[in-house]
Design a protein around this ligand. Structure first.
Ligand code: SAM
Length: 330
């Protein structure tokens, strides 16, 4: 069976499945604060079937996301079922989760036992008050910190902490996050803010670009670049004494679309071939119509052929994506 490759020759090996577009946080750069879920979700058995077909086409890594994936009852069992799948090379699947960490302290060990490989936890400030302002949830910081620590203790590795920086809100957290990476033994990754929010607040001025993050961090302590794989989204650095790793994901100032290996399934079963797609492909619709696995595989191959070459953030012809981040699955 030929492995999924798009028309630009990019192998598609990385699948993200959103299992809900509900979220218990209302981060100011992501959501309006008033709107909830829009698209609903599917039984886990349907995501599992989609995943099985995609793994048969060459997917090697699955990230479970949302919305907030830990809100969905049955997520541990879902991970256990995913972990039974084998890649086309007969190896284990790499299974990750992206979560705000609010419910993770209790769930890290069960998830690890079920077969989760690693965890990425979103955290946009290390100062509890700032954290509450950004998430619009009081007293969440301790829960998330507990989730970060529980993930490490459970042996999930690596534990990555993702921070979206926005000028005027949290760019002063850069150095505190450097210290956090060193003290907590986690990889902190700064993500440039992308125009994927519900409230259309994005402008180039709000983005804190990679070069500025690096400069500020180096003023705290010198960094040494770590070589990274071609399709890795993050530029990686460690502090010169070898303690603490940080990464920078810079889709705005240093786009990496040429190495994109990703495809997404939304909570309502649509394929999205790019975060910035202006349409999606109704995989669940095919299942509802009674498509066989071979027909689903053909549909997926067809969708992958339409994968966009690159995003157009900041260009005059930029057209906003047809869904915002929380409804796609980050
Ligand atoms: N609820 C989970 C979480 O908080 O990680 C998963 C979903 S959330 C949408 C996934 C990631 O997308 C988070 O790290 C979040 O910070 C990031 N994100 C949301 N909106 C973004 C934007 N406009 N630009 C860059 N990253 C964004």
């Amino acid at each position: 069976m030929s492995v999924l490759t798009d028309k630009f020759g990019r192998p598609i090996t990385d699948l993200r499945i959103s299992i809900t577009d509900r979220c218990n946080y209302k981060c100011i750069y992501c959501r309006t604060g008033n709107d909830g879920a829009i698209y609903g979700d599917l039984p886990f058995a349907d995501y599992l079937r989609m995943a099985r077909v995609m793994v048969g086409l060459g997917v090697k890594k699955i990230r479970v996301t949302g919305g907030e994936p830990l809100l969905r009852k049955g997520v541990v069992e879902f991970v256990r079922e995913l972990a039974k799948l084998q890649t086309v090379d007969r190896g284990p699947l790499d299974i990750a989760i992206t979560t705000n960490g609010h419910l993770l302290a209790e769930m890290a060990q069960p998830l690890k036992n079920a077969g989760l490989t690693r965890a990425t936890i979103s955290m946009d400030a290390v100062d509890p008050e700032r954290f509450a302002k950004i998430t619009r949830v009081p007293n969440g910081f301790d829960n998330v910190l507990g989730g970060v620590r529980a993930s490490r203790e459970a042996g999930l590795w690596p534990v990555k902490v993702n921070c979206v920086l926005m000028r005027g809100f949290n760019e002063d957290q850069i150095v505190p996050f450097g210290k956090f990476a060193r003290e907590e033994g986690v990889i902190v990754r700064f993500i440039e803010f992308m125009p994927l929010e519900e409230e259309r607040v994005w402008s180039p001025d709000v983005v804190v670009p990679m070069d500025e993050i690096l400069q500020r961090m180096c003023e705290y302590r010198p960094l040494v670049e770590i070589p990274h794989g071609r399709s890795e989204t993050a530029r990686r650095y460690c502090f010169e004494d070898g303690i603490g790793e940080i990464g920078i994901i810079a889709p705005v100032s240093h786009p990496f679309c040429g190495h994109c290996s990703r495809i997404r399934i939304t909570s309502d079963g649509k394929i999205r071939t790019c975060l910035f797609s202006i349409w999606d492909h109704d995989l669940y619709g095919q299942m509802r119509r009674g498509a066989s696995n071979e027909e689903l595989a053909d549909f997926i191959r067809g969708a992958v052929q339409k994968k966009e070459e690159r995003h157009h953030i900041g260009e005059p012809d930029f057209v906003p994506a047809s869904r915002t981040m929380v409804h796609i699955g980050g």
